[in-house]
Design a protein around this ligand. Structure first.
Ligand code: ADA
Length: 585
């Protein structure tokens, strides 16, 4: 699986078997395991994939563990800048190459890359060692106290579970390309920021050739020239107009590619291709607008979870999931409760899905003493920035959810939300921001977001077995929230009921497939009856693994599909409801 399609650079993927060893007493660093020469006594695990389901001895392990593998570096990588990149390691990581410490990263769901050339041996075999620690505390984001005491409701997998790779770039290269799009009639405007890095010792004259491709056809181009100082970083801005635009939309997810070629001294120094779509997203007069039209988000919130693979959703699983979501009429989902892999969102761009990207800031409630603790604020800021930076060029991303179910009835949450909002606005001011609230009328921060997202469980955690009453309370609560904030559209980002596949009851009872289907029908009717509601997401697409607790039967069973994607009774019901609900209202 490629880290970025058409990366246009030299890469070595590090997928495969790595040596692996638990370090429950945390002595690896002191004993310098990263300097060790033989790893023959260590176990072997496959990367990318969490350690938990690869061996029963590791399933419930929380703590430190070590990974090691060798790789060959080709001779022609000499003179380049080399990075070792990790798309996702849960939760903390430190890396060494050939015994030389490279750096560390905190946060389980965002990518990072460490400079490596000072440690590498060109044209020889090299050894990379990674220490991973998935210990949860009250100050990790998300927080927790143990595998069965997480402050969030999904299994706390550990390890290198997204791709790892080596990447070579020239000393003068493009670090990042950021494209904002606007559309007026059939004319599209691209506002492009190109971040150029030079680690050369002299000042250089550079040229950037920008070419916009619609498939194979060149539709617009532009050139910029500039000087870059020695060892400097420069952001170059360019505006490009595209005529006769084919806008990106759910029914026609048209994608363009920007090819940026960096030239200096008549030599091509770097080339980067970025995929994008031309479309607008706005909140106006209480509506969520895509290309100026009020849109209705219909879908199921998801998790990255599958037997054995854990949080690593293999391309084949993703392909199957998108097929199923399209078959039942979904046009949207939220990356609940953390950002999903790049491939996960590549499919969304290609298939016209409207995505609410959520940061990993879930579980900031109960046991967290102060939500305005500077350490928490710092981590939330960093993870917000890393989440948005990775996905801000994607047309599928229509909104950022900065938290899932925080204690937003606590006054100090406003300080935390303010910090996350600032970070989001600095990283990308073009999308509306929200968070998924479970505090509803007691929420003290709804005035601070653009769209109101609410998770409701009437008929499940309250009003147990009382579906008629649940529908009435839902309707009343939505109306009361709307009265307070009439200018903000509401999306119901979670509603659902556990159903154990194969359990049937007539009349419907909690935990049966019939009850889940009835609850979904009840909610959908209410949502469609409110013109200020801009969407509904069923919780959840598929059953998913969780920690052990009396409220869960080994899995969270609110999936309309089982963990292995077998349909429950609800699937037929949802297909009928969703296909009869138009995307535009
Ligand atoms: C919460 C939470 C989810 C989910 C759900 C449930 O609303 O946002 O993570 O697990 O509860 O099933 O209880």
């Amino acid at each position: 699986m490629m880290v970025e399609p058409k990366f246009g650079r030299e890469m070595i993927e590090l997928s495969g078997f790595w040596h692996f060893k638990l370090d429950p007493d945390k002595k690896g660093e002191e004993e310098k395991w990263y300097e060790q020469q033989s790893f023959q006594t260590w176990d072997k695990l496959y990367v990318p994939a969490p350690w938990n389901e690869q061996d029963s001895a590791y399933t419930w392990y929380m703590g430190t563990a070590w990974y090691e593998r060798e790789f060959w570096l080709p001779k022609d990588w000499s003179g380049k800048l080399i990075l070792v990149g990790f798309e996702g390691i849960n939760y903390r990581a430190k890396a060494w190459i050939n015994g030389v410490y490279l750096g560390e990263h905190e946060g389980g769901f965002t990518p990072f890359a460490l400079r490596a050339e000072r440690a590498l041996k060109i044209g020889e075999s090299n050894r990379v060692v990674v220490m991973v620690d998935n210990t949860l505390t009250k100050k990790t984001v998300p927080p927790g106290e143990g595998m069965n005491k997480t402050y969030f409701d999904f299994f706390h997998y550990g390890g290198i579970y997204r791709e790892a790779y080596l990447l070579a770039v020239s000393k003068l290269h493009l670090k990042d390309v950021w494209i904002r799009t606007d559309l007026k009639g059939t004319e599209g405007t691209l506002d492009i920021d190109l971040q150029v890095i030079s680690e050369l010792e002299k000042q250089y004259f550079c040229r950037l050739n920008l070419e916009v491709f619609d498939g194979e056809e060149l539709t617009a181009e532009s050139r910029i020239s500039f000087m870059i100082n020695p060892n400097a970083e420069k952001t170059v801005y360019q505006k490009i107009v595209v005529k006769g635009v084919k806008p990106w939309s759910p029914e026609s997810p048209h994608l363009y590619t920007l090819r940026a070629t960096l030239i200096s001294a008549d030599q091509e120094m770097d080339k980067k291709e970025t995929r994008f779509g031309i479309r607008t997203v706005k909140v106006e007069n209480g509506k969520l607008l895509l290309n100026g039209r009020p849109i209705f988000l219909k879908g199921c919130a998801r998790h990255e979870d599958f037997p054995v693979l854990g949080k690593t959703l293999h391309g084949a699983v993703l392909r199957k999931d998108y097929g199923l979501m399209k078959e039942i009429g979904c046009n949207s989902f939220r990356t609940s409760n953390y950002p999903y892999s790049r491939s996960h969102l590549d499919f969304a761009d290609e298939n016209g899905f409207l995505i609410i990207v959520e940061t990993p800031a879930v579980g900031l409630r109960k046991g967290v003493e102060r939500l305005d603790d500077p350490e928490i604020i710092g981590k939330v800021r960093k993870m917000t920035r890393e989440t948005i930076q990775r996905d801000r060029n994607r047309p599928s991303v229509v909104m950022y959810s900065l938290f899932n179910e925080p204690d937003s009835d606590r006054e100090e949450f406003r300080t935390l939300l303010q910090a996350a909002k600032e970070e989001a606005a600095e990283t990308d001011p073009t999308r509306p921001v929200t968070f998924a609230s479970c505090r509803h009328l007691d929420d003290r921060a709804l005035d601070m977001v653009d769209v109101l997202c609410h998770n409701f469980y009437y008929g499940w955690y309250s009003l147990c077995g009382e579906l008629e009453e649940a529908g009435k309370v839902l309707s009343r609560t939505l109306d009361e929230i709307h009265e307070k904030y009439p200018e903000k559209p509401i999306v119901v980002t979670e509603f659902g009921a556990d159903a154990i596949a194969g359990v049937h009851r007539h009349p419907p009872e909690m935990w049966s497939e019939e009850y889940q289907a009835e609850l979904i029908k009840t909610y959908w009717k209410v949502l469609l009856s409110k013109d200020y509601v801009a969407g509904g997401h069923i919780w959840n697409f598929a059953d998913f693994r969780v920690g052990q607790s009396p409220g869960r039967t080994t899995l969270n069973r609110k999936g309309i599909f089982t963990r292995t994607r077998e349909p429950k009774l609800s699937v037929g019901v949802v297909k009928e409801l969703f296909t009869n609900t138009p995307t535009y209202r």
